[in-house]
Design a protein. Structure first.
Length: 318
């Protein structure tokens, strides 16, 4: 029997071929993409296209741990990390790979700040059901019926992937705990993976009943200089680069400026290509990366305005 985790977790990153004609026919294709003869923009920071996610050893380990929880129907895992470390990208990868299997039904959420009733409505909608009411208890019963039908009769697994989980209210953490109470004698009927910033760990620590249900808890660390350089090269190869667009010194500079944060590496890489193309620079130099970092990251040492600081969940309350 094929190992479930191995099947979904490739041992290495291999760039897949693109249909160049269809890619180049897109309206609004960025100038630098044409200048460097690429198929696509390599450093987009919006969206989470799994093609462009570089699977570092750390990412592979995190995905493997989460997939094991899902496979063994253990119930709950939590992935923590600072802003820009790739939590949403990992969530996107798991969503893509699990959804490709006929025996898995996958739901995706990114708003744990909703009311409990709205959260249950959102969950049911993700699984293709119309809510029977707006009452939480009725919605929970409807969800339990779905779980029994899918897992016990159809033999499927239901997975709930929750991004931006640091926005969770205490009421929704309690609701998720209650959903995890739906089980047979030896397995959970729904598998939940939470992806969130460190605020999530503090909220969970305040709720021992929820904390005790977490089977695997992992933190995403910053990438090393070497891993950051590999990330940049991988993204360029996926976009169709046929030669080294950055000099070795420029890659080192980009890695150092990004401080091991994938999102920062993409921002600096994006501005580097913009500047390089505008200067007809076929190979990006360290000087260009230095200027790109200033554009991407602004001036260091700027004092924040306390009136505009994030709330306790990393977001402003509206």
């Amino acid at each position: 029997m094929t190992n479930f985790v191995t099947e979904l977790l490739p041992s290495e990153n291999i760039a897949r071929p693109f249909d160049a004609a269809s890619q180049l026919d897109r309206l609004g294709l960025e100038y630098y993409v044409n200048f460097y003869e690429l198929f696509d923009a390599p450093f987009q920071v919006t969206g989470n296209d799994p093609r462009f996610v570089y699977l570092s050893e750390q990412y592979k380990k995190v995905i493997s741990l989460c997939l094991q929880v899902v496979r063994d129907r253990m119930g709950l895992a939590m992935v923590l990390g600072a802003v820009g470390t790739g939590k949403s990208s990992l969530c996107s990868i798991m969503r893509s790979r699990l959804s490709a299997r006929a025996d898995y039904r996958v739901a995706y959420l990114d708003d744990l700040a909703a009311t409990p009733s709205q959260l249950m409505v959102n969950i049911l909608h993700e699984y293709g059901l119309e809510p029977v009411s707006r009452q939480v208890e009725s919605l929970k019963r409807q969800f339990k019926s779905l779980l029994v039908e899918e897992t016990q009769r159809a033999g499927n697994s239901l997975v709930l992937l929750v991004d931006e989980s640091q926005t969770a209210t205490k009421y929704n953490l309690e609701l998720l705990r209650q959903l995890l109470n739906f089980e047979t004698g030896n397995e959970k009927l729904v598998q939940i993976i939470l992806f969130g910033q460190e605020e999530l760990s503090r909220k969970v620590a305040a709720r021992p009943n929820f904390l005790s249900r977490i089977v695997s808890q992992v933190r995403l660390e910053k990438l090393s200089r070497e891993e950051t350089i590999k990330l940049v090269r991988y993204r360029l190869s996926m976009a169709g680069a046929e030669y080294d667009l950055f000099s070795e010194e420029a890659l080192v500079a980009l890695a150092d400026f990004s401080k091991g944060i994938p999102r920062e590496a993409c921002k600096v890489g994006y501005h580097s290509l913009l500047l390089g193309a505008s200067r007809q620079e076929r190979v990006i130099t360290p000087a260009t990366v230095h200027e790109a970092a200033q554009l991407a990251q602004g001036s260091p040492g700027v004092e924040p305005d306390p009136a505009f600081e994030d709330g306790p969940d990393g977001e402003e309350e509206l």
